[in-house]
Ligand binder design. Structure first.
Ligand code: GLA
Length: 584
């Protein structure tokens, strides 16, 4: 059978000794018109393989649906990789971590009270089965065993860091096998978790960023023969809101890559090209404090967020060339960038006035969670009326993740999950005053037990110690397009409070750009209907990547949803990015 084989001393590909030199590139973090360019640059750096996760929640925003259009056209991605002569490692989860919303687990799973993710819970497994039934027929024609590019498929992701239910792992492996995956399967874990996360009969691989020798030794100890492979060699890192921009020195990363290859190991560089958490797709971490991940997934990778070779590109190519043939072609030049354009946002439309565009609210005796109203991403608006005039203390058991509080339409404060805030006080101007909480899902937790991360207002909500008994919960799921056409913009609308601001700009020729939101506080940006992602003045990230294919020659439309207020009425498209300060 053609394809990859595992033997005592390593891998064989079509019967010949083979070393996997791979790099991470997630199709769902890159505009599909740029896939071919990024894959070509992967080959030119000397990679023979690329690795991608599959984000279940993006493919299946609702149960029973499986999207494969545009940025989700995995078949096309596999074909483009094959056309470039690259092999592919596919990591379909179902859980993928990846700083991705909920680690890829669809939020509709959380609508089922008591569900135990990543376990033998039959409710969870039934959903996984449906997912694989939709996904595996897409992958099967591209398996190495049939002459396709897919070398191997990963079972789950770092399961040893989460649980010890080996039967669950066995079940996932069986579902893959039953679905026709006849190429080698593998697991990956950090050194200390290798025992819990592995399965006999499935290749174990290890993840680390440094301490190469110790990492490989840990793998050898548990797996005395067979290929040595580092499935995630972390050459950079991701950023979170409110922290500094993380990086890793080129010299240090290149020296460790050299060490890995000198040891004879196979490698997947995590990431080769990180891309962007477009729209509402970023995840979060929570090790006692909730920490959402920023929009950029640049990762300080060899190919930067805009697809330009960074210092690591040349350094890694040089290291790889010591061990494997590298194409004899020059290092790709950076792509062209847009000349600066100032975009005045001349019209506005209040968010609350347009809540009905997203459907009507649901009345209940308590605030409903986002999952209870069948919503995945975006915002939830909660409304209730206050029984009495006078001083009031509002207490919310759990805010997930950030609530802006309004009384009769006036902002009175913010409750942040990240700051462990649960209460605030205000003075109600009258009996019957309208209390509103606009709650943002800032990204579901993607690591650890916190993945059971329901959004909205969770638990008891009281005013002066008493529960309010009538609540209207309204979904504002801004991730789906279509609602923009219903916005009634006006030049005279107020520029304070949650509102959309719209402007147009003209360009001759599309080119990559970076949108600077100086003077704006917090929100989202769309260009020609494409959701670029979140911005937030707390940084570190200060510009949003605008892929050239999102722009058009001639007239373009830009819409900002600003949640607070802005000190300016314009944004700027620039030719260079600003991912923030690197030191405190
Ligand atoms: C782990 C996960 C990856 C990613 C990295 C950090 O190793 O397996 O998905 O989250 O951490 O970037």
């Amino acid at each position: 059978m053609p394809g990859l084989d595992i033997v005592e001393d390593g891998f064989r590909l079509d019967g010949e000794p083979f070393r996997i030199i791979s790099g991470g590139i997630h199709y769902f973090r890159i505009h599909p018109d740029q896939w071919a360019d990024r894959l070509r640059k992967a080959r030119l750096m000397g990679l023979n393989t690329v690795e991608t996760y599959v984000p279940w929640n993006l493919h299946a925003p609702r149960r029973g649906e499986f999207r494969t259009n545009g940025i989700l056209d995995l078949t096309r991605f596999l074909e483009l990789a094959a056309a470039e002569g690259l092999r592919v490692l596919v990591r379909p989860g179902p859980y993928i971590c990846a700083e991705w919303e909920g680690g890829g687990l669809p939020s509709w799973l959380l609508a089922q009270e008591g569900i135990a993710m990543r376990s033998c819970d039959p409710v969870f497994l039934a959903a996984v089965e449906e997912y694989f039934d939709a996904l595996l027929p897409l992958i099967s024609p591209h398996l190495g065993s049939r002459g396709g590019p897919v070398l191997a498929v990963q079972v789950e992701n770092e399961y040893g860091a989460y649980g010890s239910d080996t039967d669950y792992l066995k079940h996932i492996a069986k579902l893959l096998r039953d679905g026709g995956v006849d190429v080698p399967l593998f697991t990956c874990d950090q050194p200390a978790d290798l025992a819990r996360g592995g399965l006999d009969g499935v290749l174990r691989t290890v993840n680390f960023g440094s301490r190469v020798d110790a990492g490989l030794a840990a793998l050898r100890e548990i797996q005395p023969t067979g290929p040595l492979m580092c499935s995630e060699f972390w050459i950079g890192w991701f950023d979170r809101w409110g922290a500094v921009h993380k990086g890793r020195s080129t010299q240090d990363a290149a020296a460790d890559l050299d060490r890995l290859l000198a040891a004879g190991a196979s490698v997947n560089i995590y990431m080769f090209h990180g891309g962007t958490n477009f729209g509402f797709s970023n995840g979060a971490n929570d090790k006692g404090t909730y920490r959402p991940t920023v929009t950029s997934y640049d990762y300080d990778a060899p190919l930067d967020e805009a697809g330009d070779p960074a210092a690591k590109y040349a350094a890694f190519r040089e290291v790889i060339a010591r061990y494997a043939p590298v194409p004899d072609e020059p290092i790709p030049a950076p792509g062209s960038k847009l000349a600066p354009v100032r975009v005045p946002l001349t019209e506005s439309a209040g968010l609350f006035e347009h809540a009905e565009l997203f459907g009507s609210g649901v009345e209940a005796s308590r605030p409903l969670s986002m999952e209870e109203i069948g919503q995945s991403f975006g915002f939830v608006l909660y409304r209730a009326s206050l029984p009495d005039a006078g001083p009031a203390v509002l207490r919310v058991e759990d805010v997930r993740d950030r609530a802006q509080v309004f009384i009769d339409g006036q902002p009175v404060g913010v409750l942040e999950r990240e700051n462990h805030e649960h209460a605030m006080s205000f003075v109600a101007p009258r009996a019957g005053a309208v209390l509103e909480l606009l709650v943002e899902n800032l990204g579901r937790v993607n690591y650890g037990q916190g993945i059971h991360d329901r959004k909205g207002l969770i638990g008891d909500v009281t005013v002066n110690g008493a529960a309010l008994d009538t609540w209207i919960t309204t979904a504002l799921p801004l991730e789906e397009s279509g609602w923009e056409s219903g916005l009634r913009f006006s030049a005279s609308a107020a520029r304070v409070g949650p509102a959309f601001h719209r402007g147009e700009f003209e360009i001759d020729e599309p080119a990559d750009a970076f949108l600077a939101t100086d003077g704006w506080t917090k929100g989202h940006v769309w260009i020609n209907g494409f959701a670029l992602g979140r911005y937030w003045s707390r940084g570190p990230q200060a510009t949003l990547y605008v892929p050239a294919p999102v722009l058009r020659s001639g007239r373009n439309e830009l819409v900002v949803l600003e949640l607070h207020g802005s000190a300016t009425n314009a944004v700027e498209l620039r030719g260079s990015s600003d991912l923030g300060i690197t030191e405190e």
